[in-house]
Design a binder for this molecule. Sequence first.
Ligand SMILES: [Zn+2]
Ligand SMILES: [Zn+2]
Length: 403
Amino acid sequence: MVKETKFYDLLEVSPDASDQELKKAYRKKALRLHPDKGGDPELFKEVTHAYEILSDSQKRSIYDTRGEAGLSEQGGFGGGGMDAQDLFSQLFGGGGGGFFGGGGGGRQQGPRRTKDLVHRVHVTLEDLYKGKTTKLALTRNIICGKCKGKGGKDGAVKTCNTCHGRGVKITLRQMGPMIQQMQSPCDECSGTGEIINMKDRCTQCKGKKVVPEKKILEVHIDKGMKNGQTVTFSGESDQVPGAEPGDVVIVIEEKPHERFKRQDNDLITEVEIDLLTALGGGQFAIKHLDERVLVVTLVPGEIIKDGDLKVIHGQGMPSVRHHEPGDLYVKIAVKFPDHIDPELIPHLEAALPPRKPMEKLDKNAVIEEVVLAEPDNRRRPDQDRDDEMDEDDGEPRVQCGNQ
Ligand SMILES: [Zn+2]
Ligand SMILES: [Zn+2]
C-alpha cells in the first residue's frame, strides 16, 4: 500500500506500475501537455516532476512509504530537481533548449556567450623564427549605437505572439517508436522572438539591434610559436544584446618550408656536397631563416659519408617562452661524379685504402664473365622500397650523429 497516489494519478497509472509503464505513460502525457502543443506549462512541469520522482527507485520508495512530505524531508528531492525540459529532451532526444524562457538551453552555466570567432593564419617558418606582428581585418557585429541594441523606439519591440518570444517553432513527429522533436525558426518573427512595427524600427540597424563593424586586430606572433597554437582576443567576437561576446581565436598554421623541416624546437635540413669535399674537406653554406648564412668548414682528413647526420647546436627554433634555441640537424648527401678520367685513377689508388680483394673462389667453381648494365627504370625491383625509405628522410637519428 502506498501513502499517497498523487504522482501516480498525474501520470494516470496504478501505484504498482512498472518502470516501462511509467515511461510510456509519461511520454503520452508529456506529448499532450507540451507547451508547444498548446498544453498548460504548469501541468507539464508537475507531470514531469512526478515522473522524475517515480522513475528513480530510491525516490519512489520514499514517496511510496512517506508521501511527498517524506521527499522534502530528504532535502532536495522535493522541489527543484531536474529541469522539465531537460528530462523531456533526455527522453525523446533532439536538441532541447528554448522552451522555457528564450534561447541558451537549460544546461548552460552563467551568462550566455556568443560564439567564438576562429580564424586561421598561415605563417611562414621565417616569421615563426623571428617573430612578427601581423594585422588582421575582421568584420563582426556590434550593438547598434543608435538604438542601444533595442532595435527601435522604446516600447516598439513586442514579444512575438506566435512563438511566445522563443523564436522557434517545435513540431513533434512520430517516427516508428521514436518521437522526434523538430525545431525550426518562427516564421512570424524570423526567429528573433520579437515583432517591431516597420515605422518604429531603428533606421541604422533596421531593427536587427546590431550593425557590422570592421576591426583591425594586431596579432603578435611570438618567436617559436608552433603549429596549432592560438592567440585569443577576449570578447572581440560578435556582440548581441543580453549576451557576453565570445572571443576571437587566431590559430597559427605553419606553412611548409622548402629547405627546413621543423620537429618541435629542432630544425632539419638537407645539404648536398660533392665527393671531393666529402673526402678532402671544404666548405658549404646553409642559409638560415633570418638574414644569416651559416658557413661550415669540413676539416681535410675527416670523411663525410653519404647520408651522415650532423648537428649544429643552438641553431634550431627558439622555444616558445624563453626563446632558448633548439638544434639544427644537417643530413648530408654526397654527390658522386658521373665520370672520372682513368688516367688519374692511380692518384686515387695512392690516396685511398686498397681495393678489397675478390673472395676466394672454390677451385671447382665454373667461372662465367658477365656485364653489368643499367636497368630499365620502370622495372626496377627495388623501386617501391626506395620510395618507402625516402619517406623517413629528415628524421634526426641522433644516435648516429658522431660529431
Ligand atoms: Zn539600431
Ligand atoms: Zn515568433
